[in-house]
Each structure stands twice: as C-alpha cells, then as structure tokens.
Design a protein around this ligand. Structure first.
Ligand code: HXC
Length: 257
C-alpha cells in the first residue's frame, strides 16, 4: 500500500498505520482520514492480521482535525457532506485497534484515540479536546466517548476549558490502558498487538463487540448479549482447540474460526 500522509507495514500479524504529516503535527485532513480508512479496510480483509496499531510521531500522535482545511467551511456544506462522518470508518473496525500515543493527541487526534480499544501512551503523551478554544466543540465523538471513558466531571473539565492532561492523569482517569517510557512505545504496542493477534481471531472480534456493547445498551441486555456470544463460541474450532490444548498441556493452534 502506498499513501501520501500515512505509512503502513505489517509485523508478525500486526498491521501498523503511522500518521506521517510531521510539518502539521499530523493534523487530520480529509486525505489522511481517507487513507486511514483505506488502510483499515485492507487490514480488515487480510486474514493474517489479527490486530491493528495506529501511531504518530514522537512529537504528535495528531494535533487535531486540520483547522486550516476547516476555517472557511459553512454550515450547509458541512451538513450536506456530513463533515466528519468519514471518521466512523475508524470506530467501526471489527478487529482490535491499538493506539500508540506519543506527544499531542488533541481534538480529533484525541477522538481517534477514544475510538481505539487499547491505548498505550508514552510518558510524553498529552491529551485534550481544545475545540472550545477555536469556537467549536468536539465533533468526532469526543463529548460522548470521553464521558464513557473518564466520567462526566473530567469530561466536562476537559471539553469546557480545553486544557490538556498528561499521560499519568490520563491513565488515572481511565483514558489510557498503560503508560510506558517513550523509547519503549512501539515495542510495547507491538507486544500488546501480537498478544492479541496470536489469540483466536473470531474470539478477539467477539470480545471487542461484546465490550463495546456495554456502551450501547442496558446491563441486562448487555449481559444477555455477552451470554449468547459466549455460548456461540462453542460452535468454533478454536474453542475445541483452546480447551484441548490446555488439558493436553500444549500451545493451542488457533485457526481464527
Ligand atoms: C492544522 C495544525 C494543527 C491543526 C498544529 N498545526 N495543529 N494545522 N490543524 N489542528 C500546525 C501549525 O499550524 C504549525 O504549522 C505546525 O502544525 C506546528 O504547530 P505549532 O503550533 O507551531 O507548534 P507548537 O507551538 O509546538 O504548538 C503545538 C500545539 C499547537 C499546542 C499542538 O499546534 C496547537 O494548539 N494546535 C491546535 C490544537 C487544536 O486546537 N486541536 C483541535 C483542532 S479542532 P505552520 O505551517 O505554522 O508551521 C478538531 C475538531 C474540530 O480537532 C473539527 C474542525 C477542524
């Protein structure tokens, strides 16, 4: 795959997307979001890939949606084109998605992080939703997913003041899965993604779907969804293989189905 504003590669069943627009701190313009969606579609269709990692540079994961591209927008076109709807391709990936974040993850960059399933942050990472400072508000899920990630009080604080939080505050708040030294970021993200990729793919995809269901439904409906999904895994080869391998004290050979 060859792109203008992102780079992609595959390492041991893990698909990597590296945002590569350094002169603009990886500001997410339409071209870049389209390229991310294309890369995700290719990784999604590749049966050898069990997990995807999205990352940026040392200085910025992404400093937001591209303000320069949006400055002259007006409402009718924004509505008619459903501005920012193309970002839904990131949230709708069915395979697990890991964010490896160093430096700024602001505005739309933070919203991409909120669409990811596991968030590994370098100790240099800084998160925020500063849209309020430029006369708008989060528009790619920030006001909704941040509340679910960190609770109302912290979400209001961040959305209404536009302040940034550092990696340790983000970890304490529940936005981040783990914090690592910046020099270990890629290795740690690869290790996490590999750990996911070596599991049964149908299983990891079902787990992602079930955890995300918690955001969409009542507890009793979510528990029912989980129970039925759990039961359905007994129709897979990988349940037979995983449990047999445990009993026989050997490593499982998953087929992903
Ligand atoms: C376009 C951006 C950008 C962005 C940075 N740049 N963020 N361009 N959109 N979101 C560009 C700068 O214009 C500059 O380009 C270059 O990247 C380096 O940035 P500097 O500001 O010179 O760096 P620094 O002084 O280190 O400050 C870093 C920063 C600051 C604190 C991250 O860049 C900043 O506040 N950026 C905007 C953050 C933000 O508001 N994000 C939310 C966007 S709104 P030049 O050419 O001058 O060198 C959003 C959702 C709303 O995400 C949807 C509508 C867009």
């Amino acid at each position: 795959m060859s792109f203008e504003l992102i780079r992609t590669n595959i390492i041991d069943r893990v698909g990597w997307i590296t945002l590569d627009r350094r002169d603009a701190l990886n500001a997410l313009n339409a071209v870049m979001v389209g390229e991310i969606a294309s890369a995700l579609a290719v990784f999604s269709a590749n049966p050898d890939i069990g997990c995807v990692v999205i990352t940026g540079s040392d200085r910025a994961f992404a400093a937001g949606a591209d303000i320069k591209e949006a400055v002259d927008r007006c409402y009718p076109e924004t509505f008619l084109e459903d501005f920012l709807a193309s970002w839904d391709a990131i949230a709708s990936l069915r395979k697990p998605l890991v964010a490896a974040v160093a430096g700024y993850a602001l505005g739309g960059g933070c919203e991409v992080v909120l669409m990811c399933d596991v968030v590994i942050a370098a100790d240099t990472a800084r998160f925020g939703l500063p849209e309020v400072k430029i006369g708008v508000m989060p528009g790619a899920g920030g006001t909704q997913r941040l509340v679910r990630a960190v609770g109302k009080a912290k979400a209001m604080d961040l959305c209404l003041t536009g302040r940034m939080m550092d990696a340790s505050e983000a970890e304490l708040s529940g936005l981040v899965s783990r914090v690592v030294p910046a020099s270990n970021l890629r290795a740690e993200a690869q290790a996490v993604a590999e750990a996911i990729s070596t599991k049964s793919r149908i299983n990891t995809m079902a787990i992602k779907e079930s955890v995300n269901r918690a955001f969409e439904t009542s507890l009793s409906e979510g528990l029912l969804f989980e129970r039925r999904t759990f039961q359905s895994l007994f129709a897979t080869h990988d349940q037979k293989e995983g449990m047999a391998a445990f009993v026989e004290k050997r490593a499982p050979q998953f087929r992903g189905r």
